[in-house]
Design a binder for this molecule. Structure first.
Ligand code: SF4
Ligand code: SF4
Length: 139
């Protein structure tokens, strides 16, 4: 999920995004930023589950609604169904992918580095494989 940062170890193969992308969960600060920036194109892809309330489309929420959010999930804005691929993933060549919302991507995507101990393990990550699957220690 480091697509978009060519100076890091990530090879931008897009594999982690293709496999884990449908399960991304933006943090409340991500939702707040998207609201402040008027990014309805991004917000429309998410549904929030709030304490003791019915699920609500994030595009219909206000910043003051964020305090009781317990979970956020990707949903197709037209059908309301689960998605099978992250809608923000962009294929730019045969084997290279970029994040279409790189500058404002969810915190969990921006922090994801499978070659660091303690991060979510992903043995198929080519950057990790290039290191003989030996993770680095956090700096
Ligand atoms: S699987 Fe690894 S190399 Fe490929 S995009 Fe994800 S982090 Fe980058
Ligand atoms: S939001 Fe961007 S980094 Fe996160 S899964 Fe989708 S394409 Fe990958």
């Amino acid at each position: 999920m480091e697509t978009g940062e060519p100076n890091e170890l990530c090879e931008q193969c897009g594999l982690c995004c293709r496999i884990f992308g449908p399960g991304i969960e933006p943090a409340p600060e991500n939702l707040y930023t998207w609201m402040e920036q008027g990014r309805k194109d991004v917000l429309s892809w998410f549904v929030a589950f709030r304490e003791g309330r019915e699920p609500v489309r994030c595009v219909d929420m206000k910043p003051e609604d964020l305090s009781d959010v317990v979970a956020v999930e990707l949903r197709d804005p037209v059908t309301g169904s689960f998605v099978t691929v992250c809608p923000f993933l962009r294929r730019i060549s045969k084997s290279r992918y970029l994040c279409g919302i790189h500058a404002i991507k969810p915190v969990m995507c921006g922090n994801y580095r499978p070659w660091i101990w303690g991060e979510t393990g992903f043995g198929r990550c080519p950057a990790l494989r290039a290191m003989d699957s030996r993770c680095q220690y956090p700096k």
